[in-house]
Every structure is written in C-alpha cells, then in structure tokens.
Design a binder for this molecule. Sequence first.
Ligand code: CU
Length: 152
Amino acid sequence: MKNSGLIIIVIIALIIVGGLAYYFLSMNSLSDINNTNTNQPSSNNQPSTNTETNNQPESNNIITETTSTPKTYDVEIKNFAFSPSSLTIKKGDSIRWTNRDSVDHTATSDNNAFDSPLLSDDESFTFTFNNAGEFSYYCKPHPYMKAKIIVE
Ligand SMILES: [Cu+2]
C-alpha cells in the first residue's frame, strides 16, 4: 500500500511537471512566434531600405565606372603569334594590335566582327568591342596564328 501510494504520488508529480513543462514550452513557442511576427516586418523594412539606399549608389558607381573608363589593351604580334593569346576585356574596351615582326600580319575575326588590314612592322590596328561575346581571330596570311578576345 505504501509503495502504490508513492507510485501514485510520483505519477501525479510527473504529470504536474510534464504539464508545467508543456505549458512553458508552449509559452516559449508562442513568444517565439510573437517575436518572429514582430521582427519580420521590422527586419524586412530595415534591409529593404538599406539595400535600396546601398544598391543605388553602388550600381550607379559601377555604371559610371564602366562607361567613363574604357580601356585600350595592347596585343603584340611577335614571332608569328598573338601575345597575349587570350584576353578578357569589358564592353567598350579596345584592342590595339601591333605587329612586331618584319613579316606582315593581320588580326581577322572568325565571325567578321573585325578585320585589320595587312600590318607591316610596327603598324597598329585598333578595334573597339561594343558587344559582349567571345571573339576568336586569326592571321590571314598565317591561319595557324590563332587567339581570342573575351568581352564581358
Ligand atoms: Cu601572320
């Protein structure tokens, strides 16, 4: 009888503790929901205003940088090769090919985007790339001379 009474008391205590635990857990989850509910609008507003104010000057800066500073890159034609043989540039940048050989060369685009005249020693040809893409080119007298310009 004493043991069964103890067991009943323990069971009741467990039920009470369990009930309290469930009560507090549900309270915590409710307060979590309340927190997320109250945080979401404020956290949504803050980043949105931040990104708006942050992005606008950044994107403006990028646009002004890319439009205001077009660069001219040099490619030398030397020892029957274009150097560098692969060059990545930005839209609006230019390439200036200069022949350093005593033999005449050209810089001729595979897809007719550009085609230099025959360049003799120390002659140059400049082309401005206004379209993005990959431009493979070669030398007309020496078609094995191949290189490419990548425009981003
Ligand atoms: Cu050539």
